[in-house]
Design a protein around this ligand. Structure first.
Ligand code: GLP
Length: 240
């Protein structure tokens, strides 16, 4: 595992975008596993910039996202589908038909999980971008999620609902369930790139890197992957 500690959020984002950019340049038909959340916003800003300045093209790139809130359609401002459009896809030359994200508004959620799981199997990811929750979750695999879990509907932990409520006007508006890819799905990617920034991630980062490989910290499974890069800012690395 390669652990890189940088000064701040800006350096973390620039380095993450550089690594993803290298994947795109070395394989213009690569499949990127993408994440949402505040941590990766700076990475997407750098990728938009790299496209705008002509350094990168996403014309033949495919992307597949980690998760989506149950009940939110792609036109809902808090859906992850909307996040991906407004923070990345609307600003680059990617073919929308090559971007995939679970349908949180599907009427048959079980069928949607099945469809998405089949899609993941058909689209091996060259690189998977990840954030980490303050409770150690990856995607929406909360503590206790089995390491062999696959795409499914999950109940969000109270701490996650609280963390994510900063983006909603009221905590009651935060969906309590999500469709998430499983931990086994994440581990199938060829390369993993996990980012963490800020003091509120320090405890989870320590458990991920220096704790036991245990489902009480889902991200600890990364210790067993053969190609992982973790980029931390100083605050996120402060307990190591
Ligand atoms: C969210 C997402 C994760 C994300 C994590 C951290 O709930 N489902 O994919 O990595 O929690 O989010 P943030 O980057 O906003 O701290």
């Amino acid at each position: 595992m390669k652990i890189v500690t940088v000064e701040n959020y800006e350096e973390m984002s620039a380095l993450a975008a550089k690594i993803i950019g290298q994947s795109v340049q070395s394989n213009p038909t690569a499949t990127l596993g993408l994440a949402t959340g505040s941590t990766v916003l700076g990475t997407y800003a750098n990728l938009r910039q790299a496209y705008a300045s002509g350094q990168l093209s996403f014309k033949d790139i495919r992307t597949i996202n980690l998760d989506e809130y149950v009940g939110l359609g792609c036109d809902h401002e808090h859906s992850y589908a909307y996040y991906m459009l407004s923070n990345l896809f609307d600003h680059i030359d990617i073919d929308r038909a090559n971007t995939f994200i679970p349908r949180g508004d599907a009427t048959d959620l079980e069928a949607e999980c099945q469809r998405y799981g089949d899609l993941l199997a058909k689209l091996p990811r060259d690189i998977q971008l990840l954030g980490i929750g303050s409770d150690g979750h990856i995607a929406f695999n909360e503590p206790g999620s089995p390491f062999d879990s696959r795409t499914r509907v999950v109940q969000l932990a109270t701490s996650t609902i609280k963390d994510n409520s900063r983006l909603f006007s009221r905590i009651e508006d935060v969906p309590t369930r999500a469709i998430t890819v499983g931990i086994a799905d994440i581990m199938c990617a060829k390369k993993l790139l996990l980012l963490a920034s800020g003091l509120n991630k320090a405890k989870a980062v320590k458990a991920m890197l220096q704790g036991a490989v245990d489902t009480c910290c889902p991200a600890s499974i990364l210790q067993t992957h053969t190609d992982v890069t973790v980029i931390l800012d100083k605050q996120a690395a402060s307990l190591l």
